[in-house]
Write a protein that binds this ligand. Structure first.
Ligand code: URA
Length: 208
């Protein structure tokens, strides 16, 4: 399955704002929301359309409308929460599932501590939301969790990625499309993306 890197100038400009150490929590949070909205626009490019009839002020018209596909946003707690509101601005009827996974600081492996899904998750297009795809352990675990719950259509929306994470997701879940704004050079010894943007959760919520 494809990895789509969103090279649109507006997205790249916003990513640069996120990378900048001088960007404070208010702007960081806002820009994560804006970039998520733009990513969602791209992720929904292939949604099916159907023909409908509307009456314009001038004449009857046969036109297109979304064919009722249902969406579930699946933020990985906690940094993924920063991406939810921007996407809900575009798709207010989407349901929001939550997956609580954190990286064990020693092993860097994901540990699950909270999960809550809509009952019809199997019928929905699922967008896993996590600003950072670093080692890939969390994303792989989240996609497995969704598949175990019956989900068949899954995309991973991540603001910034590193090669090990991309490879791990591609290997474990070749059916999951990754949509990202950049793939950086590498991970450092602490599992942070280099050059990256730091700890996305801390920068969104101002906890550092
Ligand atoms: N999570 C983050 O918040 N930042 C990284 O660089 C890697 C994982």
């Amino acid at each position: 399955m494809a990895v789509t890197v969103l090279t649109h100038p507006l997205i790249q400009h916003k990513l640069t704002i996120l990378r900048d150490i001088e960007t404070g929590v208010k702007i960081f949070r806002e820009v994560v929301g804006e970039i998520s909205m733009l990513m969602c626009y791209e992720a929904m490019r292939e949604l099916p359309l159907e023909e409908v009839t509307v009456m314009t002020p001038v004449a009857e018209a046969r036109v297109k409308a979304l064919a009722g596909k249902k969406l579930a946003l699946v933020p990985i707690l906690r940094a993924g929460l920063g991406m939810v509101d921007g996407i809900l601005t575009l798709v207010p009827s989407a349901k929001v599932a939550h997956i609580g996974l954190y990286r064990d600081p020693e092993t860097l492996e994901p540990v699950e501590y909270y999960c809550k899904m809509p009952t019809d998750i199997a019928d929905r297009d699922c967008f896993i939301l996590d600003p950072m795809l670093a080692t890939g352990g969390t994303a792989v675990a989240a996609a497995k969790f969704l598949k175990d719950a019956g989900a068949k259509s899954i995309k991973l929306l991540t603001v910034l990625s590193a090669p090990p994470g991309v490879e791990k997701v591609e290997k474990a879940h070749p059916d999951v499309e990754i949509i990202t704004c950049a793939i950086d050079d590498r991970l450092n010894d602490h599992g942070y993306i280099v050059p990256g943007l730091g700890d996305a959760g801390d920068r969104i919520f101002g906890t550092k």
